[in-house]
Design a protein around this ligand. Structure first.
Ligand SMILES: Nc1ncnc2c1ncn2[C@@H]1O[C@H](COP(=O)(O)OP(=O)(O)OP(=O)(O)O)[C@@H](O)[C@H]1O
Ligand SMILES: [Mg+2]
Length: 292
């Protein structure tokens, strides 16, 4: 299977995008998948959540604007199979500078292409900032699919409608015609409140199978992990948060396997393309001179 890329996005802040990127990436890496996290947020929470320092000049800024190869920015995190392209606060300038560049929506798509083509990674996860600005748009144009982290709270559905409209627009305008919604991850679920149950039910009613069955509980351990620079499975392997993200990783992998099967079946069902040279090849093999 070629590298699959995903943007984790939601214009709402603090809904669990970064926690999901870091935790899910770590669980997949632990399961033997090669994962690259791209920190697309000047807050650089994915960078610190993976225990990495924020260093001036170490972000996708120059790759988006000055043709720096993204490969030069890849760091090993120390967690097996898990690499990172970090961020730092100067990336904020990209919101102003990228729109002035040529093909400004495709800057990330062009930059990430060599990494995708190299096939080094199974998955690339882009952690988007909490806005629908130029960075998020670049991420959405450059990836195959979007994952939406949705906090189990009252206004969740409203925000979801907005982001889905953006996805539809990017598709219909031709900016990324193949962009698909991979799934919706319900986060910070508090089983003691009726509201949390109602929100999950409502989202499932509208989006059915797009919603991951695994719901991420609100737990203190998940909020503590970033300050130790560790993904939850390395911070507290037996916590409820680690168990939930491990289950999400399994579900995520099942979806990938199902998608791969579908793609293989579709390719097999497609009519074979006959090369003209083959079509007019003589039925009788040419005389073999060595046979005389
Ligand atoms: N399931 C959870 N239980 C408890 N705390 C959580 C959970 N998920 C995330 N948090 C905490 O909530 C805060 C926001 O989470 P996170 O940073 O993942 O959201 P975000 O959507 O990436 O935010 P931003 O929009 O600012 O980038 C963080 O302090 C995080 O540690
Ligand atoms: Mg974040």
């Amino acid at each position: 299977m070629p590298t699959q890329s995903f943007a984790f996005a939601n214009q709402k802040g603090g809904v669990g995008k970064t926690t999901t990127v870091v935790s899910l990436a770590a669980c997949l890496a632990d399961a033997g998948k090669r994962v690259l996290v791209v920190d697309f947020d000047p807050q650089a929470n994915a960078t610190s959540g993976l225990g990495q320092e924020k260093l001036e000049g170490h972000s996708v800024y120059d790759a988006l604007l000055n043709g720096q190869p993204l490969t030069a920015l890849v760091r090993q995190t120390g967690f097996p199979n898990l690499d990172l392209i970090p961020s730092e606060e100067d990336l904020a300038a990209a919101e102003v500078d990228v729109p002035r560049a040529e093909r400004f929506l495709e800057r990330f798509k062009m930059a990430i292409e060599p990494i995708k083509a190299s096939g080094v990674y199974d998955f690339i996860f882009v952690d988007c900032p909490p806005s629908l600005g130029i960075l998020t748009m670049n991420a959405l144009v450059g990836v195959d699919r979007i994952c939406i982290a949705l906090q189990c709270e009252y206004y969740a559905l409203e925000g979801l409608t907005v982001i889905l409209r953006v996805v539809e627009h990017l598709r219909s305008s031709g900016a990324n015609p193949a962009l698909d919604v991979e799934g919706i991850v319900m986060t910070m679920f508090d089983s003691r409140t009726n509201l949390a149950h109602q929100v999950v039910e409502e989202v499932r009613k509208h989006f059915a199978d797009k919603v991951f069955k695994t719901v991420i509980p609100r737990t203190v351990r998940l909020s503590e992990a970033p300050s130790f620079g560790k993904p939850i499975i390395h911070y507290d392997k037996h916590s409820a948060g680690a168990t939930a993200y491990t289950a999400l990783a399994k579900e995520f992998l099942k979806r990938q396997e199902a998608a791969e099967k579908l793609a293989t079946a579709a390719a097999a069902a497609a009519p074979a393309v006959v090369e003209p040279a083959t079509a007019i090849a003589p039925a009788v093999p040419p005389p073999d001179s060595t046979a005389v």
